[in-house]
Ligand binder design. Sequence first.
Ligand SMILES: Nc1ncnc2c1ncn2[C@@H]1O[C@H](COP(=O)(O)OP(=O)(O)OP(=O)(O)O)[C@@H](O)[C@H]1O
Ligand SMILES: [Mg+2]
Length: 220
Amino acid sequence: MLEIHSLTKLLPGGRVLFVDLSLSLAAGEYVAIMGESGVGKSTLLNLIAGLEAPDRGAISIAGQRISGLPDEAAARLRREKLGFVFQAFHLLPHLTLLQNVRVPLLLLGRDDPARATAMLAAVGLGERLGAYPRELSGGELQRVAIARALVHRPALLLADEPTGNLDPETAREILQLLHAEIRANGTTAILVTHSLQAAASADRVLELTPAGLRPRPSAP
Ligand SMILES: Nc1ncnc2c1ncn2[C@@H]1O[C@H](COP(=O)(O)OP(=O)(O)OP(=O)(O)O)[C@@H](O)[C@H]1O
Ligand SMILES: [Mg+2]
């Protein structure tokens, strides 16, 4: 479902972020990626989504190569296949919560207010449909971002620290929801997290280091 082959990313100034990084995920597989702050986890997700270009290497999603696609074709592939929970949320400030969560469906010509409402209810915001992002706490914004990433049942979910702003109990509930959604829809998922508890919900845990991506030894 996701094939990353020999990916190299350099930063401005020539610093090497990673070299020859490879990863292969089967359809429906759910992996967690951990690693120190600044090691390149968000950059890796941006590369997978085609939002940044690699210096070398190739990435394909569902057999279609995203690295090197023209912008318009990459945008179409993102719309059709991808759900992305950005570390900084990126909700649209002039739209209500319900409108924000409907955006992925509208872009696919499959508007479904009932599904969008159900997703917001599932993240505990069913009473706030008409609110605007500026009226929400960080944890509430994070939950809207999760509802938006899942609403159109994407083939590939990229979630960048999706529980980083939540208290432990809410984090646990949101991870359960995420897990149930990806299982029900056969979604392949990458969860970037600093939380061992969150990583434990994945099928396997990888660690990104300057030397590359490697399996993280499980805790005793
Ligand atoms: N446009 C840019 N120009 C220069 N450096 C950048 C740019 N984007 C990212 N970086 C650097 O690349 C490195 C990796 O950043 P990235 O956001 O991928 O890290 P991360 O692993 O997600 O960290 P965190 O856990 O803090 O979110 C950082 O050192 C960052 O400063
Ligand atoms: Mg990051």
